[in-house]
Design a protein around this ligand. Structure first.
Ligand SMILES: Nc1nc2c(ncn2[C@@H]2O[C@H](COP(=O)(O)OP(=O)(O)OP(=O)(O)O)[C@@H](O)[C@H]2O)c(=O)[nH]1
Ligand SMILES: [Mg+2]
Length: 326
């Protein structure tokens, strides 16, 4: 399960956003963690068509740490997450989200530089001054950070990224930007242009505590048309380069995230290692084609279900049925 860490300046509204996204209160003084199902309207449709007994959505975990971006303890926890969501204050007096974004990024860069310099010193001692792959990776990372380049954009090779992995460098992680909007405010143009997601965290956090009818009325009154959660998760999936394939049958209809470019055998392996080991072939149909056909059986009869081998690259919205033998 992918873990998304909320990061930002103090009082940017991270804990409020955490509550809005997870419906769980975030209490000061400790890291707060909550798992949420990934909204995916396709699941209910498939489950109805195939009469599945249950629906199993994918899940993501959100992490909210106390203290702003300069809290070493908070940042240490964020080194473990898969992606960062930078929360920007767009409410209250004199919001300046663009500057805040630059400040947060600078702080993350600095935090990485400190950790990498320490690790480089240790690595040099261990290598007794000689060149080692570790020393080379750390030196390259330091040079990038000193030049103000986040590690995700530093052009490091896989070996270098692997050498740095244990340090959990923050600027190597995929990043999404979440603008925490004031009541009735629209997403500022310059942030929209950067692909930021606007969320009215305070209103959504309040709505999270109401019953559905009251919540809907509150959101409507404040002009919140689309909840933040699906848009934040979609942005995270894009940043993490994930696609979702689906499985459906009598037992369950289920969503499975895999890295973009994953082949059928690897995708099968996320379901169960036996399916990868004993992979024979996959029956594949795009979600839209299945819905158009009316059912998997109807699609099969109409010859709309393709047979793919283990090297087939799984596409967003593919419905997969894996044939295997162990
Ligand atoms: N008006 C308005 N106030 C908000 C919004 N989001 C958060 N706040 C308020 O801003 C203050 C800080 O919010 P928090 O969610 O605690 O911010 P934080 O980033 O978690 O703060 P620290 O963890 O203390 O650094 C609180 O008083 C919130 O009620 C918002 O969207 N609109
Ligand atoms: Mg907080």
């Amino acid at each position: 399960m992918k873990e998304i860490g909320l990061v930002g300046m103090p009082f940017s509204g991270r804990s409020t956003l955490f509550t809005a996204l997870t419906r769980v209160g975030s209490h000061g003084g400790r890291a707060n963690v909550a798992v949420v199902p990934v909204p995916d309207p396709r699941l209910e449709v498939l489950a109805r068509i195939e009469r599945s007994a249950r629906v199993v959505p994918a899940q993501v975990r959100f992490v909210d740490v106390p203290g702003g971006v300069s809290s070493a303890q908070g940042l240490a926890r964020l080194r473990e997450v898969d992606a960062l969501a930078v929360v920007l204050r767009c409410f209250g007096t004199e919001p300046r989200p663009a500057e805040e974004l630059a400040e947060v990024r600078a702080e993350l860069l600095l935090a990485d530089l400190i950790v990498i310099e320490q690790a480089l010193e240790r690595a040099l001692k261990r290598a007794r001054g000689a060149e080692s792959p570790e020393v080379r990776a750390l030196a390259a990372a330091r040079a990038a950070l000193e030049a103000g380049t986040p590690l995700r954009a530093a052009g490091l090779d896989d070996e270098a990224h692997h050498a740095l992995r244990a340090l959990g460098p923050l600027t190597a992680k995929p990043e999404v930007v979440v603008a925490n909007l004031a009541e009735h405010a629209e997403l500022p143009e310059e942030l929209a242009a950067q692909g930021a997601v606007g969320v009215s965290a305070a209103i959504e956090a309040e709505a999270a505590e109401l019953d559905p009818a009251e919540a809907a009325a509150l959101l409507e009154a404040f002009g919140v048309r689309e909840p933040g959660l699906p848009r934040v998760i979609a942005a995270c999936y894009r940043a993490l380069d994930l696609v979702t394939f689906l499985t459906t049958g009598e037992d369950e209809t289920r969503a499975w995230p895999v890295r973009r470019g994953a082949r059928a055998a690897e995708a099968a392996g996320t379901i169960h290692s036996d399916l990868q080991r004993g992979f024979i072939r996959a029956e594949v149909i795009a979600y839209e084609d299945l819905v158009a056909a009316g059912s998997l059986d109807a699609a099969r009869s109409a010859g709309r279900v393709r047979i793919e081998g283990k090297d087939y690259v799984v596409q967003e919205g593919d419905v997969l049925h894996v044939r295997f033998a162990v």
